[in-house]
Design a protein around this ligand. Structure first.
Ligand SMILES: *Cc1c(COP(=O)(O)O)cnc(C)c1O
Length: 402
């Protein structure tokens, strides 16, 4: 009996990709091996994070970096670093930030549920601009002068959620912000691949960038990366690491904390609840090395074949299949299955529910359900799972449309 069956759970067929709710990414064998090896011995965590900083710097071109408990934790720590900088008193007070600059400017169109992580540090988000195209009221997106107009003595920095078409372009925004002495924190949690983004957002001037470790990098689900300026990363690291030691004995690794003397050792910081275990750090670094080297690209042909097989098996069903194969040679192929009968949304939800409650439970990608479409992500699938999925989908389509 497997560990999940012992707990009364049935492992699922996951055709949703790396979503957090279903457990994240599958680990490559090297990552699993590194995790097990790291669990057998102990090392000082600040030294391990200093080594991580070296690896992250190599992969991203950043001055420094730390492994965090997910991209969301990286956003909280990044905001905490921007608010507190090297001020131990401010570190101790967060998330109470009254009395020092704690406002982060953000485009209204970039607001999203994950920015709770930024607010959790004590930052106040000040929205700028509108989103006319979304509202159907006009053609303009957010503009730089709107950031300028929102600046006040309380402004501590800028928060930016990266997308290929995000406005204003990141390099324009960072040029403006730096002219104002403001750092820019970027949420790029899911913006890999392309792996060029590991470097491109920092090269565009971002001061701090947050990536998920448990999405395309395929590290542990509860890991992320915060990388960028050395001073800000030092502040973030100090606010995350366990600091219960004698100040006289504290020897901060220079590559993470610089060579200047800190005025003292801060107390447990706002990031203490986001600690990352040694084996997670090591596993993430191995996954990052594989991802940055393009080691996953060779799976794309096989993944495409699996999706073609599923589409083939659905011939004769009331659906239209469309295989999306990104041209970048890095991104996963995806299979869209559109229901062709009337009331496609209701039917798609009904079939999804039946697939989830069957045996084994099957979870299809749900991003386009409202349009009456299923999405099949191949990352967790093998041939056997793909066959079961196709057969079950055929059965449910027949049951629900007859
Ligand atoms: C996934 C995601 C996050 C959260 O990342 P975790 O690594 O799960 O903490 C934050 N922001 C965006 C835009 C995301 O897509």
């Amino acid at each position: 009996m497997g560990v999940y069956e012992e707990l009364g759970l049935s492992p699922i067929i996951n055709a949703s990709g790396t979503v957090t709710r279903l457990g994240g990414a599958p680990w490559p064998a090297e990552v699993l091996e590194a995790f097990c090896q790291a669990a057998r011995q102990c090392v000082p965590l600040e030294q391990l994070q200093a080594a991580a900083s070296r690896c992250i710097a190599e992969a991203t071109g950043a001055e420094a970096g730390i492994v965090t408990a997910g991209a969301a934790a990286a956003l909280t720590l990044g905001a905490a670093a921007i608010l507190a900088r090297a001020d131990l008193g401010r570190m101790e007070r967060l998330p109470q930030a009254e009395g020092f600059p704690h406002e982060l400017l953000v485009a209204r169109e970039q607001r999203n549920p994950y920015d709770h992580a930024v607010r959790a540090a004590g930052a106040r988000l000040i929205e700028v601009g509108f989103h006319e195209p979304q509202a159907g009221s006009g053609v303009r997106r957010v503009e730089l002068w709107e950031y300028e107009a929102a600046c006040s003595p309380q402004t501590a920095g800028v928060f930016y959620v990266y997308q290929p078409d995000a406005q204003p372009p990141l390099e324009k925004l960072t040029a403006w912000a730096h002219g104002r002495g403001l750092p820019v924190l970027v949420d790029a949690a899911g913006e890999l691949p392309p792996r060029a983004n590991l470097r491109a957002l920092l090269a565009a001037g971002a001061d701090l960038v947050a990536f998920s470790g448990g999405k395309a990098i395929r590290g542990p689900q509860a890991t992320g990366i915060l990388c960028g300026s050395k001073a800000l990363i030092a502040s973030a690291a100090l606010q995350m690491l366990d600091t219960d030691d004698y100040s006289e004995l504290w020897e901060p690794p220079a590559e993470l904390f610089g060579t200047e003397r800190w005025p003292g050792l801060p107390r447990q910081g706002i990031g203490r609840g986001f600690k990352v275990a040694k084996e997670q750090i090591v596993a993430l670094l191995v996954a990052l090395r594989l991802f940055a080297a393009g080691a996953y690209d060779r799976e794309l042909t096989e993944q495409r074949a699996l999706l073609e097989e599923i589409a083939h098996a659905l011939a004769g069903c009331p659906v239209e299949c469309r295989l999306n194969v990104p041209a970048d040679g890095e991104s996963l192929p995806l299979l869209e299955i559109a229901l062709t009968s009337g009331d496609a949304r209701r039917l798609a939800l009904a079939i999804c529910r039946r697939l989830r409650s069957g045996n084994p439970p099957i979870y299809l990608g749900h991003g386009l359900l409202a349009q009456g479409k299923f999405v099949v992500h191949p990352l967790h699938l093998d041939r056997a799972a793909a066959r079961v999925l196709a057969q079950r989908l055929r059965d449910e389509l027949a049951a629900c449309t007859s």
